[in-house]
Structure formats: C-alpha cells, structure tokens
Design a protein around this ligand. Structure first.
Ligand code: GLP
Length: 232
C-alpha cells in the first residue's frame, strides 16, 4: 500500500521523527497551514516544538475537534489542552479551534469548514482512537463528511472519561472536522503508540478501506506517514 510506515521505539522517538518532518517543511517554505490534534499521543510532539527554535510565526493552525458545551476555560476542553501544551508557549500567525460553546453549532461547523477551504492544510497531524476513529469521526461516519457535530460512541466516552477533571460531565457530542476535511490535507502524519492502538493499525495495514474503521480511508491518500512503535 501507499503508507510510509515509520517504526520507532516509542513516543519520544516518534516525536523526534515528526520534528524532523515539520522542520524540513518549514525550511522549504511548504508549511503555511498546519492541522493539529489533541490527545496524550501529541504531548511529546508539542513539547519538542516548544523546546526548539522552530519558527511558527508564519503558520496558521486548525485543530481537528472540540467538545460541545465546554470552552477554553475548562481544563477538559481541547482549547485548554492546546493553550497549555503549545499556544501559550509558541507564537503562531493564527490558531483556530471550533467553538464548542457556539449558540448555533451548525453555523459554527459551516464557517469552520469554509475557513479550511480558504486555507488548505499542508499537513494534518493525527492520532487514532482505539476503535479506529480519526478526530471524532467514529465508525460508520461517511468518508465524504465535512466539519459536523458528532455523537461520541460508548467506547470513546469510556476511554476519554479518564482524562476528565473536576466532576464535569464528559460531553457526548463534539464538533469535528470530517473525514473529507481531514484527507483534503496534502500530507497526513499519524502517530499510534502502544498495544491499545494495535487493532486500528492492523486494520489500516490489512489494506481494506471500510467506514467501519475510519482510519482505513488513509489508504486512498497519496502522502501518508504512520509513525508507530508496534510490530505490525
Ligand atoms: C480523542 C481525539 C482524537 C485522538 C484520540 C486518541 O478521541 N478526538 O483526535 O486521536 O482521542 O487519543 P490519545 O492520543 O490520548 O490516545
């Protein structure tokens, strides 16, 4: 298949590989719009950027997703995560995250998608859910989906609840870029570490494209790098 598989020792080495790729794209002036992801997988990646002299001052970012009903003031929001791990420490030209507190969520999704269309993604960073979801595109999501409000599956709610602080209820819906919005990016970089991600990575490498495993849509993209510590 078309996937450029990069085998690493673990998350630290994975972050180093991403760093090299980003540095090269920045130096060659090919990185103007960068798609970002949240989740524990991304923490070492952003840490490395923060500790480096990489210059993102000309870069516009878009985040994949955000929970509905909470905003940057909540430690559980992805806006908070991004501020804490990256945006408070590195200067970007513009940063965009869908607003989970918007009154009109459909309007918020439409305007987010319009902004993406005006600023095509050069690179999109991705993690993967245990059930193969990318961003919050759960199994069964149509491949031609654009930014929308998604219902989270029980599996995802279960995995994500461990990160929820203060007794705040875990939102059951989120705004997410669609599978189409994600695969529109020129270059995709997906990171997956640890046994919990084995099923998703195995499905991808098996080579059958199916909506039951959203990650498999990456097989039809022409520039995909998968960085993993799994022997698959
Ligand atoms: C959430 C996010 C995904 C992320 C996934 C994996 O569901 N919406 O974008 O890829 O978690 O997170 P982690 O890196 O913590 O395993």
């Amino acid at each position: 298949n078309n996937v450029n598989l990069v085998k690493v020792e673990g998350p630290e080495q994975g972050a180093e590989h991403v760093f090299g790729m980003i540095k090269e794209e920045l130096e060659n002036k090919r990185l103007n719009v960068l798609g970002l992801a949240t989740g524990s997988t991304m923490i070492p990646v952003y840490k490395k950027w923060v500790e480096s002299d990489l210059d993102f001052k000309g870069v516009i970012t878009f985040n994949l997703d955000e929970y509905v009903g909470i905003g940057a003031a909540s430690p559980n929001s992805y806006a908070y995560f991004m501020n804490e791990h990256l945006f408070d420490k590195k200067k970007f030209k513009e940063t965009h995250i869908a607003n989970g507190l918007a009154d009109d969520l459909d309007e918020e999704c439409a305007s987010y998608e319009a902004m993406l269309n005006e600023n095509p993604l050069d690179i999109q960073l991705l993690g993967v859910g245990e059930n193969g979801h990318i961003a919050f595109n759960e199994p069964g999501t149509p491949f031609d989906s654009v930014t929308h409000v998604a219902e989270l599956t029980d599996s995802t709610l279960g995995v994500n609840s461990q990160y929820f602080e203060n007794d705040e209820a875990i939102p059951e819906t989120a705004i997410t870029m669609g599978i189409q919005s994600i695969t529109n990016a020129k270059k995709l970089i997906l990171l997956a570490f640890g046994e919990k991600k084995r099923a998703a990575i195995s499905k991808l490498l098996e080579g059958t494209v199916t909506t039951e495993w959203p990650i498999t849509k990456l097989l039809e993209h022409k520039d995909v790098t998968v960085i993993t510590d799994l022997d698959v």
